[in-house]
Design a protein around this ligand. Structure first.
Ligand code: RB5
Length: 150
């Protein structure tokens, strides 16, 4: 599984910690920024990562901003992205089991690094449950088609 990793300045340190975590476990990832000391606008970085997932260059994305909310809102504008802000082990687990999350979003101002890494671990390791949840995810995909305006 290859991960697209991106954050704004508010989650730069968290992103760096997540990059170290992934590297230590030999999980391939593309660090799409931002860089140290930069102040950036999060939608641009959500887009960089979402496009990697859309194109198939990466399988999933991990995003960070102050709260994890703005990045998820932006990533969810991209068809096929199911970006889930997660703030606890439980939300990370259910985002995978029920929502088939392919984009985790975490908050640099709301989580410590250890908490975030536990969320990342659970999100990476938890499979989608399928069954009735697959039907609901299919309904989300149908909404993407219904709302598509060229
Ligand atoms: C940046 O200051 C902050 O607004 C951003 O990181 C994020 O929290 C948006 O959702």
């Amino acid at each position: 599984m290859r991960i697209a990793l991106a954050s704004d300045h508010a989650a730069y340190d968290l992103k760096a910690g997540i990059a170290r975590y992934l590297a230590a476990r030999a999980i391939p990832f593309d660090d799409l920024g931002c860089g140290p000391g930069e102040t950036v606008d999060y939608p641009e970085y959500a887009a960089k990562a979402a496009e990697r997932v859309q194109s198939g260059a990466c399988d999933r994305a991990i995003l960070g901003c102050g709260t994890g909310i703005g990045m998820a809102v932006a990533a969810n504008k991209f068809k096929g992205l199911r970006a889930t802000p997660c703030w606890s082990p439980f939300t990370a687990e259910v985002s995978r089991k029920h929502n088939d999350s392919n984009c985790l979003s975490v908050g640099g101002r709301t989580l410590g690094l250890d908490e975030a890494l536990e969320i990342v671990r659970i999100w990476l390791e938890t499979p989608f449950e399928g069954g009735r949840h697959a039907r609901r995810v299919d309904e989300i995909k149908a909404l993407e088609e219904r709302n598509f305006k060229p």
